[in-house]
Design a protein around this ligand. Sequence first.
Ligand code: NDP
Ligand code: OXD
Length: 334
Amino acid sequence: MSPEIPQYEARIPMNKGALALLVHGGTENWSPERWKRRFDDVCRDRRVLLLPDAAFDPADVHYAAVWKPDHGELAAFPNLRVIFNLGAGVDALMADSSLPRVPLVRVAVEDLTGRMTEYVALHVLMHHRQELYLRDSQRRKRWAPKFQWPASAISVGVMGLGTLGANAAHALRHLGFRVSGWSRSQRQIDGVECFHGNAQLDAFLGRTNILVCLLPLTPDTRQILNRELFAKLDRSSSIGAPVVINAGRGGLQDEADILQCLDDGTLGSASLDVFASEPLPADSRFWTHPKVVLTPHNAADTDPDEISKYVARQIERFEAGARLENVVDRGRGY
Ligand code: NDP
Ligand code: OXD
């Protein structure tokens, strides 16, 4: 946590400040009414205000649970104590220069972590087991098996060894892959070769055949997935041209570079869950590119049941004087 943001002491006695819900998503999972029902269930002795419709006094709001609120929306609450982001990534909030200087808590729960690990395992295995080739063969009614190498012949490199990356790295290790990881600060994970910082990035890339990106989007990581980086990946394994899997944020990738690198063979294939512009525009080449496996930003869905309980528990702890968990360090941006 950056020094200028106080880790508030609970003030006792404390009246039950209201919880404002600001959810702008649009997809089924982000239905504001669904979130409101969940929060009503788990915050029974507290007013849960679904904005923008609720009639309320902004001064009553002590907590806000949000997903992609409009810039300036949170600044309207003079007595706000904690902001709870309803997802793991806080890049949308960090882009709001009027964001109140109160603790910002992000999601880090087993449910979300497990879902992301499923996505990573699925997509690493898909490329490793040559599924693009096999599905194409099936469509063409072509019985043409190819040599299949073992997992131990492939090095998977995970960029970002936080809550999600570390868990995915463990699972890949159990599947038999050689696994390495890259983070900002030094990490130690059993069975995973850990690299950190810009000085060790090239060494990490040079031993990676399948690159999995689970970084947060910050000024330091924007467009880090670009041609220069792809050219440093190892092409000498059985899989041949390296593979990129990005489930972090679209802003982490240079999309023109990815398309060109797939076309000229710098990359063999890619799985992309996130894009610079979402929903992905209908005229994007990613939709139909034969080397791309595309998913609509649902690698790890946020489950309203789990996350509303997580937020309610954190509020209880906070009001009992305990420290909040998973507070974003605004200096680092994640
Ligand atoms: P964490 O904050 O737990 O981990 C982030 C990791 O990235 C840390 O290991 C951190 O290093 C590393 N990192 C950050 N900046 C740098 C840098 N400049 N250089 C090297 N390493 C860096 O995040 P989570 O694992 O919980 O989530 C990661 C991201 O996944 C989220 O920010 C979000 O964007 C995305 N996400 C996507 C979802 C989807 O459905 N597609 C769902 C959920 C999340 P260090 O360990 O040293 O701090
Ligand atoms: C998240 C997401 O950040 O769903 O949690 O993208």
